[in-house]
Each structure stands twice: as C-alpha cells, then as structure tokens.
Design a protein around this ligand. Sequence first.
Ligand code: SDX
Length: 436
Amino acid sequence: MPETVKLVYQGKTYELPVVEGTMGERAIDIGALRSSTGLITFDPGYVSTGSCKSRITFLDGERGVLYYRGIPIEQLAEKSNFIETAFLLIYGRLPEKAEMDYFNYHVIHHSMVHESIKKFYDGFPNNSHPMAVCSSVIGSLATFYQDQLSVRDEREIEIAIHRLMAKLPTIAAYSYKKSIGQPFPYPDNTMGYTSNFLKMMFSTPCEPYHVEPIAAKALDILLILHADHEQNCSTSTVRLVGSTMCNLYASISAGIYALWGPLHGGANQSVIEMLQTIYDDGGNVQKYMDKAKDPNDSFRLMGFGHRVYKNFDPRSKIIKKLADEVLLELGVREPLLELALELEEIALKDSYFLEKKLYPNVDFYSGIIYKALNIPVNMFPVMFAMGRLPGWIAQWKEFQEDPEFKLGRPRQIYIGDTRRNYVPMEKRKNQTPERD
Ligand code: SDX
C-alpha cells in the first residue's frame, strides 16, 4: 500500500499519495489537489516543488553527491570523456564501441554550419555578448531544417542531437572571432571535440596552431562537470518550452538564454569580474565579505551558495584541483586564484556562510581555468552552455518520451484589483478606483 499524507481542510480529511524515488527521495503527489480540495500549492522559485520524475541525474545537496545515470561525477571526470558522457546522459547507458564510434562520427561530421549562417554575424554588433549570439544562431537552425523539426520522430530527433552537439562549438567560436574581427576557421574533423574548439577559437590562417594537450583535457573535464544538473533553471526552461511540443533547436535556444543570468550560468563570468574588482581594490577580501553579509548591500559573493547544495558542490572540488594542475602545467601564475583561495578560506570559517550553508559552487573556480586557457571572460557562460548541452538534450528527450508528458502551465495566487469598472478619460483626474 503506497504511503500517504493526510490534509485536513475545512473539516474534511484528504489523503494524498507519496511517491518515492530510487534514492529515497519522497514527494507528495498533488496532481488531484485542486480538483479534490479547490486548493493549489504556492512555492515561489519552486524550492519545495518537483516538476517531473527523471532517470538522468541524481544529486544529494546535503551530502554533496552528483551521479549521471547512477555513475558518480568523480569517476566520469577521471575515466570518461565529454562525448561519451553526452551519450550516457542522452541514451541512458555507457556506449559500446560501435555506438561510440557512430555517435562520435556524426558529432564530428555535422560540425560545419550552413555558409548563410555566417552572414548573421555581419549583423551583430562587435561587442555583442556571445550568449545572445549563440542563442540566436542556435534558434535559427530551426529555419535551416524546417522539415526535420518533429518532437516524436526518433530519427529526426537523432539528427537534431548530432547537429546541436556538433555545431554549438563552431557557433560559439565564431561569436568570439566576430568580436575580434578575425576570419571564421572551418572545423577540423581530424581533431577531438575540445581541441577542435580551441583551434577554431585561437588559430589564424597565418600560421599553424598547436593545441596544448592539458588545455584540451582540462576543457573536456570541465564540459563533463557541467553536463547536467537535474532540474536547474535552464533545464526547467528547456523542458517547459519542449512541453509545448516545440522543436529541440528552439528549446535549447531558450535554455541558453536562461543560463545567461548571473544567478545561474552567468555566475562564472561574475566570479572573475568580482575577483578582479577585489584585486583592483587592493585585495581587501574582508571588505567584500562584509558587503556580502550586509543585508542592505546587494553585493553577493558570486560563485558561493546553491539552491540544492548545502555542502560542498562536488564539482567545485574537482575544478579547484584541476585549476592547480592547469596553472602549473601551463606555467601560469594567476593572482586571482590566490585571491579565490583566500576568499574561500575566510568564508568557510565565517559564521554567516556556515549558518546559511554557503559553499563554493561550480562557478567559483571554473573561470580561473578558462582565463588560463585565454578564453575571454564573456565567453565563460558559453563554455557552461557547451557543457550543459547534452544535459538539456537528455532532459528534453526524456520528457518527450515521458508517459506523464504534459503541457507545463503553473497556476498563481491573484492579489490584484477586485472587479472595477472602466473610467472614461475625462473622469480620471485624481480619481480613486471605483470598486463594486
Ligand atoms: C548554478 O540549480 C542549479 O543546479 C544551478 C547550477 C547548475 O549546474 O545548473 O548548479 C549552476 O547556477 C550555480 C549557482 C551560481 N550562482 C551564483 O554563484 C550566484 C551567487 N549565489 C546566490 O545568488 C545564491 O546562492 C543562489 C541564487 C545560487 C541560490 O539562491 P537561493 O537558493 O534562492 O537562496 P537565497 O538567495 O534565498 O539565499 C539564502 C540566504 C539569503 O539570506 P537571507 O535572505 O536568508 O538572509 O543566503 C544568502 C541570501 O542572502 N546568500 C548569499 C549568497 N547566496 C545566498 N549571501 C551572500 N553571497 C551569496 N553568494
């Protein structure tokens, strides 16, 4: 007999079923709440609200645990690669050799964009934020493949998956090349995913370009660590857009815009900008800690805190260690890393941060590595989007295949004016609203 909870309301008792996940999470199924009680729930920011059942990612915020399809993130970062992890997220299992070769082949052989797409970049201002460029150009893919936008045809969805995985690095690199007025290089299908991206970002037609192996490896690990994170804001956006049966290109374009915000994927850019501000202000960390704790100051410690993790974000632990390796191997001395380490040390001894369980999140150290790879700061959220792409795809696909698939349409509690009549213009001066 499934567990239930009792709700007593206006003298009546209602029993609501409890659903339990495979890792012991429990939820009250309120699907019948409004029809049986007339009540809805109210939960700004969906702090205590689950939107779906999913098999893709499990995270335990209290224990700082993150699994992709049951595999701990630590093992994938150490033993897998980004394209294999993308396959795992999207198709639910680690690929066999033939499956891996097939997926890899198609991700590589869709890396070019239609030549007409390059003309879009002529219209963007040179100082356009690359997240706006990437979301616009990704969305425009729906105009190039108009006869392949099905959300139910397995083969059309597979081709869209290959195209998105293959073309986002190209589209991203072109947004950077546009901003510095350099020519757009073609992808090089003889190279790996991250090496090809770095070459498109930094090569010029004037000379050969060598990709540092540590740079390609570090970027591959970063993409793995960013690949999915259950129902975060941008993933929920992708699911919501997909719930209208809208195509995958448009759903991913919406996800890129949602990720851009500084409270979400844009935080990696804000962290570096914050560290640079503190550094330029003489490195006075305590001053900015005090600002972060001051309820009257809007300043927040970017890269700290998380809606779910109330312990260390397991990803930030791996990234912090990787940052040390990358800087050492590239022979880069990064004063902002020292500042970040000092800031973390002070914060983790501070009662405000400890009481509110604010720990470094995925965005706190990632920018240090991107900076060491000479990736411009405004491209940091784009790197997050490249990593999160397979997660968005996996979540969108899972939802399209979900037997409980339903158009997403939240309710609200109305607190506006009660019924009142229209007031002709001549009577509006200093009027108080007429009310019935
Ligand atoms: C990502 O959801 C995901 O999974 C996201 C992500 C993913 O992989 O998809 O993990 C990626 O987005 C990571 C988060 C990146 N954002 C930042 O680093 C921005 C800085 N962090 C905060 O803005 C904040 O911590 C959030 C937005 C991340 C989470 O905020 P919540 O869950 O809405 O919590 P809250 O804002 O209500 O904060 C709780 C309290 C508040 O104090 P009180 O009002 O209770 O007094 O903690 C305080 C906040 O003021 N607080 C901070 C703080 N974060 C929260 N105070 C100072 N500095 C901070 N960074």
